[in-house]
Design a protein around this ligand. Structure first.
Ligand SMILES: [Zn+2]
Length: 101
């Protein structure tokens, strides 16, 4: 059975109660003042399960591999710096007109 956290609106105290999923908030009695004015808080446990999607091991591994790959790419020089070929208008050696017979 899940553990719920409540706060009593009457005495403002917080308490935990293990209840069935179908238990109603109105039926929850405060152990301190026995008022039935508790509001259910989202405990860290239930908010994690009900809330966002928990990544699986495979997803985490894929993520790690992706990050690794991205870091390797980041270390590479940019594409422009890799080319040692000067701009075409300053070279005459590779000019097809000069090398043709
Ligand atoms: Zn109370």
């Amino acid at each position: 059975m899940p553990l719920y956290e409540y706060r009593c609106e009457q005495c403002q105290k917080q308490f935990e109660a293990t209840q069935s999923v179908h238990a109603r908030v109105e039926d929850t009695e405060c152990p301190f003042c026995h008022a039935q004015q508790a509001t259910r808080l989202l405990s860290s446990f239930s908010s994690k399960v009900v809330g966002d999607h928990k990544p699986t091991f495979t997803e985490m591994k894929a993520n790690a591999m992706n990050n690794e790959r991205m870091q390797k790419f980041a270390k590479l020089p940019p594409l422009n710096a890799k080319r040692n070929v000067p701009p075409p208008n300053t070279t005459s050696a590779s000019d097809p007109a000069g090398s043709g017979s």
